[in-house]
Design a protein around this ligand. Sequence first.
Ligand code: FAD
Length: 423
Amino acid sequence: MALSRSLKVAVIGAGVSGLNTSRELQREGHQVVVFEKSNRLGGTWVYDSRVEADPLGLDANREIVHSSLYKSLRTNLPRPIMGFSDYPFTMSENGDSRNFPGHEEVLKFLERFAMDFGLSELIRFNTKVVRVERVDSWNIDKWVVESRTSGVSLEEVFEAVVVCNGRYTEPKVAKFPGIEKWPGKQVHSHNYRHPEPFCDQVVVIIGSGPSAYDISREIATVAKEVHLSSRSPDVKASKLDNHNKMWQHSKIDYVNEDGMVAFQDGVCVHADTILHCTGYKLHFPFLNTNEIVSIEDNRVGPLYKHVFPPRLAPRLSFVGLPQKTIIFLMLELQSKWIAQVLSGKVLLPSQEQMLADIQEYYKHMEECGIPKHHTHTLNPTEFSYLDWLAAQIGMPPPEEGLKEMYKHTLKCLILNNDNYRDE
Ligand code: FAD
C-alpha cells in the first residue's frame, strides 16, 4: 500500500480551481491555506462593475480588476455540465431556474459549495500573494510564499504550492498595421460591462469565441453597425442571418489615420471603436522558479499534462490552464489528482518520463501545425484528457451524456444559433 503523507500546502486563489483544490487537499489530510486577494470567493464569477483605467488592459501599473464578466452574462455551458461529480449545480433558493443561468446563480452555487465543505475557513481573504519561490537550500521541498494583507507583508514556508490564480484577467490584443495612428477607441472585452457606451457607433469586434458572440449581439441592439472580424480562413464578407446591423469579415488588414478599418476580404468601414475579444495571457507575476517554468507565447512549460513541472513536481502544480472542455469537471479532476499525488496515493512517472511525454506532445503539435499559443487548448482532445485524469485517480471516465451535451452546445455556437440557450 502506498505511503500517505500530509503536507502544508499553499493554494493561490479562491475561484473554482482554488475551491476544488482546497476541498480535495483537505480530504486527503493536508493542511491548507488559501490565499485570496479579494474579499470574497468565486474568482471570475464575482461580477465587478468597475473597469480598468486602461481599456485595453496593457498598462502593467494599472489597478487590476480580476473578473471579465459582463453584466448580462449567462453561462455558455448548460447547468448539468457545470456541477461537480458528487455536487450537482442545482438551483439556488428563489434562484435562476434557466438551463444556462446568469452569472449570479453560478456564484451562489460556489458559495454553497464552499459552505457545505467548510472551505471559507481555509481562506485568507484580502491577502495577495506577491512572491512564490523555492527555498534556496539543499532541501528542495520547501517554498516561501510572501503575501500582503492591508500593506503588511508576511513570509511563510510551505511544503507545496498549487497555483489557481485564473487565466482570464490579463488581456491579449490583436495587432495590425496602422493601429498606432488610428484615432478611434479601443477596448478589450475584459473591460466590457454593458452596451451603452457603444450607442449609435460603428463597432468592429475582433474574435470568434463565446465573448465575441454574446457581446456583438448585445452591442448590435444599440450600435449603428457591428462588424465581426475573425481569423478563421473560411469567413467571407457577409451580412449575418437575422441581424440587419451585423456583418462578418475576415481578419483586419490595416487601419488608417482617418478612422478606416480595412478587412482582408476587401471591405472597408469607418469605425468608432475596435473591441478586442481576443483572449488572455497566462500570467503568474508572483512566481519565481529561476526559469524552470517559463511562459512563451502563452505556453506555460514544461508542464506534464498541463499540471506538473517535472523538475519541481509534485511540490508545484497548476490548476485551470487548459481550456475548451467541460471546465468545472476538469478543475475537479486536476485538483483530485494533485491532492492524491501530494499524499503519495498516486505516483507520477519519473522526471525523465514526464519530460519525454511533454516533448512528444510538443512534437505532435508541431507536426499537426498547431501554433504554440494553443498548447493549453484541448479541443479536439477535450474528452480524452478528462478520461485520462479520471483514470489517474481511479474514477470512471465522465459519462457519455455529459460529453454529448458539451458537443451539442459547441455545435450550436458554431452554427450561430442565437437562441441556443433557451431552446
Ligand atoms: P478564477 O475564477 O479567475 O479565480 C482565480 C482567483 O485567484 C480569483 O479569486 C483571484 O482574485 C485570485 N488571485 C489571483 N491572483 C492572486 C494572488 N496573487 N494572490 C491571491 N489571490 C489571487 N466556464 C464555464 O464552465 N462556463 C461558463 O459559462 C464560463 N463562462 C465564462 C465567461 C467569461 C467571460 C470568462 C472570462 C470565463 C468563463 N468561464 C466559463 C471560464 C471560467 O474562468 C471558469 O469557469 C472558472 O471560473 C475558472 O476558475 P479559476 O479558479 O481557475 O480562476
